[in-house]
Design a protein around this ligand. Structure first.
Ligand SMILES: C[C@@H](O)[C@H](NC(=O)OP(=O)(O)OC[C@H]1O[C@@H](n2cnc3c(N)ncnc32)[C@H](O)[C@@H]1O)C(=O)O
Ligand SMILES: Nc1ncnc2c1ncn2[C@@H]1O[C@H](COP(=O)(O)OP(=O)(O)OP(=O)(O)O)[C@@H](O)[C@H]1O
Ligand SMILES: [Fe+2]
Length: 547
């Protein structure tokens, strides 16, 4: 069988890079990097850079390919980064791609840049069906494949981790790109400085951390702040990856994106995976940041599954989302089936046996007074994160959970009764129920809406609304896991709460639109400000991350 040859062009931001690949081989790759003289990336300057070098990069690429016996006439398609990325940069490389496609009379292939970061990792490592932690300049997402799409389980609510690092570095007087410089500085640190740690369900936020870090520079050494920034930010993304593992039941983690070059981040992910018995994969360093090979290779997968573009459809999309892409090249039946835990298994567990390996805690049953079953939730140490962060988080969340689980019950939301509180351990009523992720229906979703409406009316935000954290026992729906809950009556906090839930609907449940509609109905029936919050949810969803 003849090999397929695809030429791919990357140029979404700072790196102009083109490559030619086959199914099994990288024929050639040529790169020209834009380096801003001052400050960060200027979109128009970067685009001018790409325009200036596009022709010479392609010429050099074709010359290198020729040396290996590959002629332009051997090419089967031209792939390019169609988005997401900086508009002016995207348009420049799309023009180059169109010209090549027209002159060689071969199809155009529009590649989603984020998915290319994933596919190159799957190509270059033994990972097959991983949870992907994609952390780059503009993006920070936790992604996994399900039913024809790469689903986003969680993502940054403000800026990407790389951009956050770069911005902080600039304020600290370090040159662009800041990520590697922060990593180097952190090595000489003497101590950890406490910084804000913010996650919402599987979503992340880096703005509070960045502001606090810049403030901290006034009182502490650059080395100490860099170190503390890394320890905090990386603990957040690793925790979110662990939550996605727990939620999906998958057992591989793949690291992708430019920030993935960081040694400390790799070490932490590796430790997390080891502790859970999951496999950790990361491709060679040259494939972590933006590169032409990942575009060519993803283009090849798309080409072979008939996924090419007409000229009219080749317009770039600066906000192209990972979950917008119909993944034509993965056959569902070839994916490893995630073992489904039977709903009954939750009810049959004997005392002492571990019920669940949640992301945060181990859960087991114990004998309570009068032979009653009592559930113990023990927040065990996470060795991947700094001891100070680890203890602070576990202590705070344990305390928060005990307090707010009871507050919520007073507001009319069924929750387990707390029997006993230790520093890192709670004993509570065992709800003989099943997480609704196994049985969600529109009727149930409406009930969830009613319950969340009551919670929000009382001023409480849950902070981790997923279908794993709602249990159905008989007719009754219980809300559990209040470790991330807090009091907040703002539209934003409530909006993010609902957004997190909708994201679980979309990433893990079929027919999510119906579930959303049903939720909205229930939510409106118990919460007077529901309309405003739902409007905010729309806004949060649409928030452009490439401004
Ligand atoms: C849309 C596209 O243009 C964008 N690309 C991008 O952000 O470039 P990428 O090569 O994946 O990542 C660059 C980021 O990766 C960070 N970075 C590189 N080496 C690092 C290191 N050792 N430690 C921490 N961050 C590092 C840089 O500081 C920079 O913020 C993206 O993938 O979001
Ligand atoms: N009171 C309870 N009664 C019955 N089952 C429970 C109870 N509390 C927890 N569980 C079971 O244990 C699982 C994990 O609990 P929980 O969500 O509190 O832990 P976690 O470590 O915070 O999980 P994660 O962070 O992954 O959401 C729940 O999904 C549920 O199946
Ligand atoms: Fe990238």
């Amino acid at each position: 069988m003849k090999n397929t040859f695809i030429l791919g062009i990357e140029g979404t931001a700072w790196n102009l890079s083109a490559a030619i690949v086959t199914e099994t081989e990288i024929i050639a790759e040529v790169t020209e990097t834009y380096k801003p003289e001052v400050g960060g990336i200027h979109p128009r300057e970067a685009a001018q850079h790409h325009a200036k070098y596009a022709a010479s990069v392609i010429k050099r690429l074709l010359a290198e390919a020729k040396e290996k016996g590959v002629e332009p006439s051997d090419l089967d398609g031209i792939a390019f980064s169609q988005g997401p990325g900086l508009g002016p940069c995207l348009r420049t490389i799309a023009t180059a791609a169109r010209m090549l496609s027209l002159s060689l009379d071969i199809p155009l292939i529009g590649v989603n840049h984020c998915i290319a970061h994933i596919e190159i990792g799957i190509w270059r490592t033994p990972a097959r069906d991983p949870v992907v932690l994609y952390v780059s300049g503009a993006n920070s997402q936790v992604i996994s494949f399900m039913e024809g799409r790469y689903r986003v389980f969680g993502e940054t609510l403000d800026i990407g981790l790389g951009n956050a690092l770069d911005k902080f570095a600039r304020r600290a007087g370090l040159p662009h790109p800041g990520g590697p410089k922060i990593e180097a500085c952190a090595k000489d640190a003497k101590r950890y400085i406490p910084l804000p740690y913010v996650i919402k369900g599987m979503d992340l936020s880096f703005s509070g951390l960045s502001t606090a870090s810049s403030e901290a520079l006034k009182k502490a050494s650059l080395e100490d702040v860099c170190y503390s920034y890394q320890e905090t930010a990386f603990a957040m993304v690793v925790e979110v990856a662990e939550r996605a593992l727990a939620h999906t039941g998958k057992n591989e983690v793949l690291l992708a994106g430019g920030v993935g070059a960081n040694t400390r981040l790799r070490e932490m992910l590796n430790e997390m995976c080891e502790a859970r018995g999951a496999k950790f994969y990361v491709p060679e360093k040259r494939f972590m940041g933006d590169n032409g090979t990942m575009i060519a290779y993803t283009g090849l997968l798309m080409y072979k599954s008939g996924n090419t573009l007409t000229l009219e459809d080749s317009r770039v999309n600066p906000n192209f989302r990972t979950d917008d892409v119909n993944v034509t090249w993965i056959k569902e039946e070839e994916m490893k089936k995630v073992p489904e835990i039977s709903p009954e298994a939750f009810l049959r567990a004997p005392p002492g046996e571990r019920l669940d390996n949640g992301a945060e805690a181990v859960i087991y049953l114990d004998e309570g007074p009068e032979g009653k079953k009592v559930l113990v939730k023990e927040r065990v140490p996470k060795l991947y994160r700094h001891k100070e962060i680890d203890e602070r988080i576990r202590r705070e969340r344990n305390r928060t959970e005990a307090r707010l689980i009871s507050e919520a019950r007073r507001a009319g939301v069924p929750t387990p009764i707390i029997y006993d509180i230790e520093e890192f351990k709670l004993k509570m009523q065992f709800i003989e129920g099943v997480p609704i992720k196994y049985l969600i229906t529109p009727e149930l979703s409406e009930k969830v809406g009613e319950l969340v409406g009551r919670l929000h009316s009382s001023g409480i935000v849950h902070g981790d609304l997923t279908t794993s954290n709602l249990l159905l026992a008989g007719e009754r729906l219980y809300l559990i896991d209040f470790g991330l809950a807090y009091f907040d009556k703002s539209l934003e906090a409530r909006g993010v709460d609902v957004h997190v839930l909708f994201q679980t609907f979309e990433s893990t449940h079929r027919g999510h639109e119906t579930l959303v509609k049903a939720f909205e109905k229930g939510y409106g029936s118990t919460f007077i400000d529901s309309k405003d919050v739902l409007k905010r949810v729309e806004e949060i969803k649409k928030r452009a991350r490439y401004a």
